[in-house]
Design a protein around this ligand. Structure first.
Ligand code: ATP
Length: 202
């Protein structure tokens, strides 16, 4: 099945864009939501986390000890890389399972991931979209959505790969600023993907 990866920095509006694709009937795999689910579901991942970070990574009732893990990986690149090396392959497995459940008449599918490029996930997609918005717009939207301070959002932004670097790797772009219509841009891309997917099936 034709796979489209979609990404963007915090607050760029990638989830919002995906919701528009969903309205058009396109199934979306939300990698970041799935990553949270599998932390307590994927046995291979759970074992990996326990053996890497210790049994304290999970409570007796099987719940993830978020505070403990965050304390280890926060501001520690090496430990974060270890966690990602466990989580990313597990998300890939979850995506493969999800894909097998998609109706075979579906023209194409979307994979939404904040770390599409960083995780190597884009290599498993046929093409990719980068959602962009001006920094101040992103900041304002996240502050409003999460009710958090600007500094908190900026700290996350500073740790993310820049849009400039991401744009070198992306095939398509959606400008989600306050002037352009997201719906029109999604419709235009949808039309293109339908054509590409139809040609692939010939
Ligand atoms: P994150 O990386 O934090 O998951 P995201 O890239 O998925 O963020 P969204 O959650 O889709 O971003 O959007 C951030 C906020 O901005 C949401 O509250 C959303 O409703 C709002 N938003 C997104 N696009 C627009 C738009 N074009 N106009 C107005 N508000 C928007």
């Amino acid at each position: 099945m034709y796979k489209v990866g979609i990404t963007g920095g915090i607050g760029s509006g990638k989830t919002t864009v995906c919701k528009v694709f969903e309205v058009l009937g396109i199934p979306v795999f939300y990698a970041d939501i799935e990553a949270k689910n599998i932390m307590v579901k994927d046995l291979l991942l759970i074992e990996g986390v326990k053996s890497t970070f210790g049994k304290e990574s999970y409570f007796e009732n099987g719940k993830l000890n978020n505070k403990y893990i965050a304390g280890i990986v926060f501001n520690n690149e090496a430990e974060l890389a270890k966690l990602n090396a466990l989580v990313h392959p597990a998300v890939f497995r979850a995506f493969d399972t999800w894909e097998t459940q998609i109706n075979s008449n579906t023209p194409y599918i979307l994979k939404e991931a904040a770390l599409l490029f960083e995780s190597g996930s884009y290599k498993m997609c046929n093409t990719s979209i980068l959602v962009t918005a001006p920094l101040n717009t992103k900041l304002k939207r996240v502050m409003q959505r999460d009710n958090v301070a600007a500094e908190q959002v900026k700290a996350i932004m500073d740790k993310q790969m820049s849009d400039q670097d991401k744009s070198k790797m992306a095939n398509y772009f959606i400008n989600n600023d306050e002037e352009h219509s997201v719906i029109e841009q999604v419709l235009a891309l949808h039309k293109q993907f339908l054509e590409v997917a139809a040609n692939l099936q010939i």
